[in-house]
Each structure stands twice: as C-alpha cells, then as structure tokens.
Write a protein that binds this ligand. Structure first.
Ligand SMILES: *[C@@H]1O[C@H](CO)[C@@H](O)[C@H](O)[C@H]1NC(C)=O
Ligand SMILES: *[C@@H]1O[C@H](CO)[C@@H](O)[C@H](O)[C@H]1NC(C)=O
Ligand SMILES: [Zn+2]
Length: 564
C-alpha cells in the first residue's frame, strides 16, 4: 500500500518535470544517414513512376473529398502531426493521398477576389464554372446579394450532383459543417449569398432579396437536392429541427418550419423508406442498405470538432463512420454513385487560429479516405482529394527534425528578442499579442507554455476578431486516383476539377462523349493499399503527440521496472 503511494508520488513528480522538456520524436529510419538509403529510396520512387498506371475506363463512382481550407502547409503539418501521434518524427511519413499517383495544383481565385471564399470555389469545382465571392451555383453575372440576377435561368449552373442523378447514379453528401454551409450547398443551391442559409437572413437582406428561397428550403424542396439519398452533417438550427439549444445562434428560422419533418413527409408521401438520425447510436443501428433516404444531423450548428466530440453512443459519429454508412447505402446502386465528403472544420480550426483543432480534423478526414479506399474498387472509382482554398498559416524555420509540430523553436541565431516562437504561426488572426514598452516590441515568452492545447493560439502578425483569421491565396493541391485521374497533370483552374470528374464518369457535359471502354483493369492500384498506415504501436506511443505524455510513458515503464 505504502509502496503504491510512493510510486504515485514519483510518477507525479516525473510528469511535472517532463512538461518542461520539449521532446524530439525519433526518425523511424535509422539508415537514413547512409547514401545507399537515399539511392534506394529514389530508385523505388522512380520505379513506381515508371509503372504508373493510366486507367482510362469509365468511372462508375466518383468521390470528392474536400478539405476545407486544407492548404499545402496544412497538409505538411498534418503529415508530421500524424507521424508524431505514432511516436515518429513524421516528416518522412505520408498522408493517404500523398501516395495517390496523380497530383496537380489548382488556382483558387474567385472572379472578383484574389483570395477566395468557400462558396465561389465550391461553385467552380462542383459546377465547372467559376463564380464570384460568396455566391453559390450561379455564374459571374451574379454579384453578391443580387437575388434577381440569381433567378435568371441563364445565370444558374448545374453541378455534378445533377449530372450524376441524370445518369441514374445515387448521390450523397457528408460534411462536418451545416448541411446548408457553402461547400455542401455548392452541390445543390442557387444563391447570390451563401449566408442565406435560413429565411431569417433573407428577411433582413432588404426587399430585393425576398423573391429568393433560403438554402435550407432549397435542400428539402428542390431538385436535385431532394433526390440525394444521403445527407449528413450539422445544421439543425437552419433546418428548424428540434435542437439542444446550442449556445451559438447561426440562423434560427422565422417561418417556424421544421424542414426535417417536411423532408420526412415528402418521402412518406412517395412511399419511400427514410430515416432521420442525430446520434452515433442511431447511426449504428441504421439499416443503411435498406433505407432509401438517409438524413443525419449531428449538430445544431456544425458537427462538433473531433477534439470536442462526445465519442459515446449518445454523442456524434466520427467523419469516417458517417462516410462508411453513406458508402454502404450508395454502393447498392448498379449504376454507381457520386459522393461529396467535406472535412469542413479544418477551416474552422484555422479561422480560430488553433492549429491543433485543424490538424485533428485533417487526420479525421484522412481516416475517412483510408476507410473509403478499403470499401471501393479503385479501378472503377475516381477519388479526388483537394481543398477549396488555403489559409495564412506558415511553418517557421528551423525546428530540429522530429520537433513537435505544435511546439516551439529556439532560434538564437536569427531572432533578435531571443525568445522561442511556435513552428506554426499565422500572418493574421486572433493570436496577435504584441505590446510596446516604450523602447521595443514585447511578445510572450513561450517557455513552459502548453502549446499542444487544443485552444492554444500561436502568434499572428495582424490582429483579427476571434474566428476571423483569413484564407490564403496560393494554389492548393489536388490528389487523384482511379479512372482518368491522370487528367490532373499541371497547374489548373479550379473549375477543371468538375470537368475531370464529369469526363471520367461520362456524365453532365460529357455524357455523349464517351466511347471509352467500360472494362476494368484489375489490381492496378494494389501498391496503394496500406500505404501511409503506421503500424499500431502498443500503449504509450499512440499518445506521444503530447510531449509530457511521452515522458509519462517512459516514467511508467521505469516505475514498472523498479516493480512497485
Ligand atoms: C500576451 O502576452 C503577454 C506577455 O507579453 C502575456 O502576459 C499574456 O498572457 C498574453 N496573452 C495571451 C492571450 O496569450
Ligand atoms: C523565457 O523563459 C525562460 C523560462 O522561464 C527563461 O529561462 C528565459 O530566460 C526567458 N527568456 C527571456 C528572453 O526572458
Ligand atoms: Zn473559410
């Protein structure tokens, strides 16, 4: 008994000491200092490139994974974070899509903005036509808030959702934002303002806006949205559905309608089976294969962040679970399907200047991509992973190899105030925190501060309101695998993404343009399966992303060794 208590005290003591120490994660490749290692590595990559498949059959299925705000910097940081969560240095590792055979760059600007928003960009990569900032499903003739122009048929553009439905494919959307938010709405809504998610926002937008229909109503009442077989995300507030009195008031309906009820009634009237679910337990007990229409709303506003999510059965599912359920339903159709999956809250974590939140969201989306690869035939399914736009986060020099990506750098040589700074930092954001002492600029001494905390905000050069860190304007990457994925091959305009998806599946503008073979080559992508997977290491290293936890592990092992 005494001994046990003594052990606990030792444990606490060692943990307290360990929080002060930055851990450097080791490289999993001790041979990397040998030239032969790199020659061998280079040769293997070359061989893979020489064997690179060109799969030219028709894509039966198309799945688009959209990491909202997932700029290239975010991807690099996410890759390192992933490795470090497994106790490895991380730089040498891969995200699942890093090994897709085709990668290109995408120019994201909106017609009227050098740096875009998620609505104008969604219009581009989902309809094949670039639009203006904050507008959805309408061409560049429609300026922000111009309801009248958005109603003109010649200004409205169809998305791949309609192309796929016209070709007899099943369709669905899974997101961690409101189902009426910019990215999912890019599939189905025609609106001159992305904020018109519920009627209240239109009512306050002036007399000219009143002819327009809010986005939630478009989702339930209009084609092609009401023909989607799977709709999952958040947004009970916008839909007027019963909710848990979320603190955040995003858009509360004035018309008092419960659009989920209406959606259910429309399906009943047609004798279709349907289900409305709001918890993980309901998702698990859903008979997805035998339910025609599925709507899951897992948040009053958005689906909770992965780091805040209630993982019990009464809580909300991980993105991966939603996607797997969606795939089980959509795969039922012999004519194939189109699915949009959005990792929406990568963007939110970054807007709040909290990198930990964003990176956990990125890894949650990666798990969904990995699960998808295991569930579909890559030879008949085009998978595209991309972002709508970047953010103003950067990776500062020169942390040591394997340095905690959420940690700090001590750069005595270059930095004139001799204080450490975080590796990840923002050019604008809520983390701004400089003061003037009459002589020089003062910033916080980060020694001993827990920069791994999910709410930690690294410094930003320009102050913004909370949640208002901005998007960034550089190109984003597009990663693709499956039929016709080689058509991504250079720097493209963002609208090209829709064209490749349409052409690959012979739908929309390319439905008559399709004298390609339907036969499917076998096992072309065998080498992709299991790529980027870390072996599940036992116990401690899984949690090693938090440096103190890593040392706690060592402590536990030591304590065990002295057998207390
Ligand atoms: C801002 O920096 C000062 C020191 O310069 C520090 O005392 C304060 O806690 C910091 N504020 C935040 C919100 O980090
Ligand atoms: C920052 O804090 C650490 C630990 O408290 C201290 O050792 C160091 O001297 C401080 N640096 C400066 C420049 O004040
Ligand atoms: Zn954004």
């Amino acid at each position: 008994m005494y001994l046990l208590r003594w052990c606990n005290v030792l444990l606490l003591l060692l943990t307290a000491v360990s929080t002060k120490t930055e851990i450097v994660f080791p490289s999993p490749e001790p041979q990397e200092t040998e030239s032969s290692y790199w020659h061998e590595h280079g040769r293997r990559e070359l061989e893979e490139a020489l064997r690179k498949p060109k799969v030219t059959n028709v894509a039966k299925n198309v799945i688009l994974f959209l990491g909202d705000g997932m700029g290239i910097t975010v991807g690099t940081a996410g890759r390192i974070f992933k490795g470090q969560k497994h106790g490895k240095s991380g730089e040498e590792g891969f995200l699942v899509w890093d090994r897709f055979p085709n990668v290109a760059l995408v120019k994201t600007y909106n017609l009227d903005k050098q740096v875009p928003d998620s609505a104008g960009t969604a219009t581009a990569y989902l309809t094949g036509v670039k639009g203006n900032f904050y507008t959805l499903g309408v061409n560049g003739k429609v300026k922000l808030g111009d309801c009248k122009a958005s109603l003109k048929p010649e200004n409205r553009v169809d998305s791949i959702l309609k192309w796929a439905q016209d070709a007899g494919k099943e369709t669905g959307v899974v997101t961690t934002s409101q189902v009426t938010h910019a990215t999912p709405a890019g599939l189905y809504a025609k609106s001159s303002h992305r904020r018109w998610q519920c009627d209240t926002k239109i009512l306050s937008a002036g007399p000219d806006a009143q002819m327009c229909k809010d986005i939630a109503r478009q989702l339930v009442e209009d084609e092609p949205a009401n023909k989607m077989k799977v709709i999952m995300g958040g947004g009970r507030q916008e839909m007027g559905a019963p909710r848990e009195e979320d603190a955040e008031k995003s858009c509360i309906r004035t018309d008092g309608r419960n659009l989920v009820e209406d959606w259910l009634n429309y399906k009943d009237a047609r004798g279709e089976t349907r289900a409305y679910i709001t918890t993980t337990e309901e998702l698990h007990s859903l008979d997805a294969e035998n339910t025609e229409y599925i709507m899951g709303l897992f948040g009053d506003v958005h689906v909770p962040y992965e780091v805040d999510r209630d993982t019990s059965l009464n809580g909300t599912p991980a993105l991966k679970e939603m996607v797997m359920t969606a795939l089980r339903r959509l795969k039922k159709n012999d004519d194939g399907f189109f699915l949009l999956v959005e990792g929406a809250r990568i963007d939110h974590g970054l807007h709040y200047g909290q990198p930990r939140r964003a990176l956990e969201e990125l890894l949650a989306m990666e798990e969904a991509v990995a699960a998808t690869i295991d569930m579909v035939d890559l030879e008949e399914t085009l998978i595209v992973v991309t972002a709508d736009h970047s953010h103003v986060m950067t990776i500062n020099g020169y942390p040591t190899r394997g340095n905690n990506i959420l940690g700090v750098v001590m750069n005595e040589e270059d930095v004139s105030d001799h204080l450490p700074y975080t590796t990840l930092m923002f050019t604008n954001g809520h983390g701004f925190n400089y003061s003037w002492n009459g002589e020089h600029v003062i910033r916080r001494n980060l020694s001993g501060v827990d920069t791994n905390d999910k709410n930690f905000e690294p410094l930003a050069a320009v102050p913004t309101y909370p949640g208002s860190e901005t998007h960034g304007g550089e190109d984003v990457a597009v990663y693709a695998i499956g039929p016709m994925s080689h058509l991504f091959h250079r720097v493209h305009e963002q609208n090209y993404v829709a064209h490749v998806m349409g052409y690959a599946a012979c739908i929309g503008p390319y439905k008559d343009d399709c004298d390609r073979p339907l036969e499917i080559p076998q096992n072309v992508y065998r080498h992709i399966k299991n790529v980027g997977k870390y072996s599940r290491s036992k116990g401690c290293t899984l949690l090693a992303n938090i440096n103190s936890v890593a040392l706690l592990c060592i402590t536990v092992i030591l304590v065990r060794m002295i057998r207390c």
